[in-house]
Design a protein around this ligand. Structure first.
Ligand code: ATP
Ligand code: MG
Length: 277
């Protein structure tokens, strides 16, 4: 899937940065976000073109999750603006932002453990009125992840880590979003499961046209799946390019895909927090 994806990705095919296109779904301008005195994001600007997969790469603590939380309204930025589908959503209520068509799959695959798989999926669709559409989307989700259909009546808390990640992605899909924010889907999963999940993410993008903003430490998977990438270090974007070109860059190859200890700006590599399941 990845080779095909990178060849046909439209930003790469046209060799342009996403900001050059007119059809931008999401745009961040100079975002600064902090936790009390800790500045996590220091002036981040990025664009996500409609129909593409855009990735933000960065090691532990770079600020990846903070970017997504700022977009989905979980935390309010100190400065800057977030525009979604041409509308200013800066610091808006998270429920309002979901209703606009933007779903967030948070880090650590949060599911409702005491609800069944099916009820978790229905929670994702709670604002939707057309039951036929919801039923159709539920079948589509079961098509992507057949294990969820097999387990539809089981408590979500009893699923494996990988299955919970599938459920978290599926719940986001049940809101029929234009844009999905995906926070480290590979976290804690085996390479095989990670590959499977990334293949489905690419299919969702291709088949449904859902735009995806993916943050990852797993640069290898992310650069193969996405069209365009940003590299985040210490809360700042230090590099941006098509994924095809990022894969060829020496410092990306050495730091994110390989063995070197120093990042693009001398950042130390952090010990990965991966746990196997
Ligand atoms: N709730 C919080 N309170 C205080 N500081 C926080 C909080 N959440 C994150 N931070 C800090 O903000 C910075 C960015 O954290 P963030 O979670 O966005 O990083 P990340 O790139 O998602 O890292 P990881 O790959 O480990 O998930 C870090 O220095 C982190 O310690
Ligand atoms: Mg994170």
């Amino acid at each position: 899937m990845s080779a095909e994806r990178t060849v046909s990705g439209s930003a790469q095919a046209q060799n342009v940065a996403p900001s050059a296109g007119g059809n931008t779904v999401l745009s961040l301008l100079n975002i600064e976000s902090a936790y009390g005195p800790i500045k996590a994001i220091r002036g981040v600007s990025l664009q996500v073109p409609r129909g593409q997969i855009v990735t933000v790469l960065g090691s532990n603590g770079a600020g990846k999750s903070t970017i997504l939380k700022t977009i989905s309204g979980i935390i309010d930025p100190r400065k800057g603006s977030v525009e979604f589908n041409g509308r200013d959503i800066t610091a808006k209520d998270p429920a309002f932002i979901v209703q606009q068509g933007l779903s967030h799959v948070p880090e650590g695959r949060e599911v409702f453990p005491l609800l069944s798989v099916r009820d978790n999926l229905l929670m994702g669709a709670y604002t939707r009125r057309n039951r036929d559409d919801v039923a159709r989307d539920m079948e589509q989700v079961y098509g992507y992840f057949p294990i969820l259909k097999e387990r539809f009546a089981q408590d979500a808390g009893l699923l494996s880590g990988g299955q919970q990640q599938m459920l978290a992605i599926s719940r986001a899909l049940m809101a029929a979003p234009d844009l999905i924010l995906l926070d480290e889907p590979s976290l804690g999963l085996s390479p095989k499961l990670t590959k499977e999940i990334f293949e489905i993410v690419v299919r969702i993008n291709r088949e449904r046209g859902t735009t995806i903003l993916l943050v990852e430490q797993n640069a290898n998977m992310a650069l193969n799946a996405a069209d365009f990438g940003y590299v985040l270090e210490n809360g700042r974007i230090v590099m941006e390019d098509t994924c095809a070109r990022l894969r060829e860059k020496e410092d990306i190859r050495e730091f994110y895909l390989g063995m070197k200890d120093a990042g693009v700006r001398g950042e130390r590599r952090w010990k990965k927090k991966k746990m196997w399941r």
